[in-house]
Design a protein around this ligand. Structure first.
Ligand SMILES: NC(=O)c1ccc[n+]([C@@H]2O[C@H](COP(=O)([O-])OP(=O)(O)OC[C@H]3O[C@@H](n4cnc5c(N)ncnc54)[C@H](O)[C@@H]3O)[C@@H](O)[C@H]2O)c1
Ligand SMILES: O=C(O)C(=O)C[C@@H](O)[C@H](O)[C@H](O)COP(=O)(O)O
Ligand SMILES: [Zn+2]
Length: 366
């Protein structure tokens, strides 16, 4: 990061997120140089919350911003280990001991787990300080850093504690993907596939045309996929920030996916779990009578081409079903799922009986 130019290249895509607290998602290369300009003008201190693999980039950011603000670094446990209340408390302690005020700002530098935590810390400190999200995984760029869903896990389930807290800005610097292992990149593509099925079929076509090019982080097609996915998310959250309705479509594949993450004690990648969840949701859509079997096959085929899993042990059904009861979309003890009537036509399926759910799971079970 130290070797990056002071000015980003001019090829910056700006994707606005509107609603009560509007902000921009800026996509390009060399954009870490813009972080200083994105800070709230009154900020005197900045807390950079980062995962261990991003230590070098966090240090470089400290050097870059030091003339302007006091920069504190909080290295937090890696991956899902960051999304724990003890880790939030560690960050709150730093903020308390350094007299972090309401005009100061948090920067989330890392994958979705780090940005979820950073957003939650920002949302809760003094009842809310600015957060600038700087995602460093594909999943963080196309999904987690955008939209203001922040949160941590509890022993009972995924993201059960959190807040809706819009970021002040989101800086998507594709250069930050340089050190990302390819398997992490592929896991992030699961959310890209989700955006394809719920809203933008062109995404699916680009993946089908040449998956190698589509997952080459230096290609134009890859950038197009990232931008298309951000646009899907930005459009949805601009209309329904607090998930009163339409935003639920972003949960396609997540009801089972989150239960799998919980069953695997958060050692699985989020993208891998929701890949299986999307196959389940596609099978359920088909059983509910709305999705053609070709689209179910297409789901499996695209996910497999990304080397993502599409099946899970049949014997785990009861455990998964019990965990799914705590899904945030459930109402009055009734599970609700996002299903598809076709590509780009998501809807809520209410009151599904257990036999239909199990029938769909049998198609997923191995
Ligand atoms: N808030 C939302 O709207 C939202 C949306 C989707 C997912 N999520 C959450 O995001 C999380 C998953 O995010 P993720 O897939 O980014 O996982 P992650 O944050 O665990 O990151 C994956 C791994 O990659 C490492 N890493 C990150 N950037 C790197 C880089 N540039 N170079 C090298 N290593 C790097 C991380 O340290 C980690 O080990 C889950 O907790 C999920 O619930 C939230
Ligand atoms: O932004 C949303 O809304 C989403 O549902 C995006 C999901 O990809 C993401 O994994 C989210 O964290 C899930 O939210 P939850 O409310 O089901 O915990
Ligand atoms: Zn997700």
């Amino acid at each position: 990061m130290t070797s990056q130019p002071d000015r980003p290249d001019r090829d910056v895509t700006v994707i606005p997120v509107t609603g009560g607290s509007p902000y921009e998602v800026r996509v390009g290369r060399g954009l870490v140089a813009e972080i200083g300009a994105a800070l709230p003008p009154a900020a005197a201190k900045v807390l950079v919350i980062h995962a261990p693999p991003l230590a070098e980039q966090a240090e470089a950011l400290r050097e870059r911003l030091s003339g302007r603000v006091e920069v504190l670094l909080a290295e937090v446990p890696d991956a899902e280990g960051a999304k724990r209340v003890e880790v939030a408390a560690f960050c709150w302690q730093i903020m308390g001991q350094t007299d972090f005020t309401r005009t100061d700002a948090v920067i989330g530098l890392g994958g979705g787990a780090t940005t979820d935590l950073a957003g939650f810390v920002a949302a809760t400190w003094l009842r809310g300080v600015a957060v600038i999200q700087v995602p460093t995984t594909v999943l963080g760029m196309v999904d987690a850093a955008v939209g203001g869903k922040t949160g941590i896990n509890t022993a009972e389930g995924k993201n059960l504690v959190g807040a809706f807290w819009a970021p002040h800005a989101v800086i998507v610097d594709l250069d930050l993907l340089d050190g990302l292992p390819q398997n992490e990149l592929l896991a992030g593509m699961a959310e890209v596939v989700k955006c394809g099925f719920i809203a933008d079929e062109r995404i699916l076509e680009l993946l089908e045309a040449d998956v190698r090019v589509a997952t080459d982080r230096t290609s134009d097609v890859f950038r197009e996929l990232v931008e298309r996915s951000i646009r899907v998310k930005a459009t949805v959250v601009s209309d329904d920030f607090t998930e009163q309705g339409q935003r639920e479509i972003l949960n396609y594949g997540h009801t089972l996916g989150h239960a799998i993450e919980h069953a695997e004690r958060y050692r699985w990648r989020h993208g891998a779990a929701i890949a299986i969840g999307m196959v389940f949701a596609a099978e359920l859509s088909h059983l509910a009578g709305s999705l053609a079997s070709e689209q179910v096959d297409r789901t499996r085929h695209i996910l497999a081409s990304l080397t993502l899993p599409t099946s899970y042990p049949l014997g785990r059904w009861k455990t998964l079903l019990a965990t799914m009861q705590r899904d945030k979309k459930a109402r009055a003890g009734m599970l609700r799922f996002i299903v598809l009537d076709g590509v780009g036509r998501p809807r809520v399926l209410n009151g599904t009986d257990e036999s239909m759910l199990f029938a769909a799971y049998q198609e997923v079970g191995s």
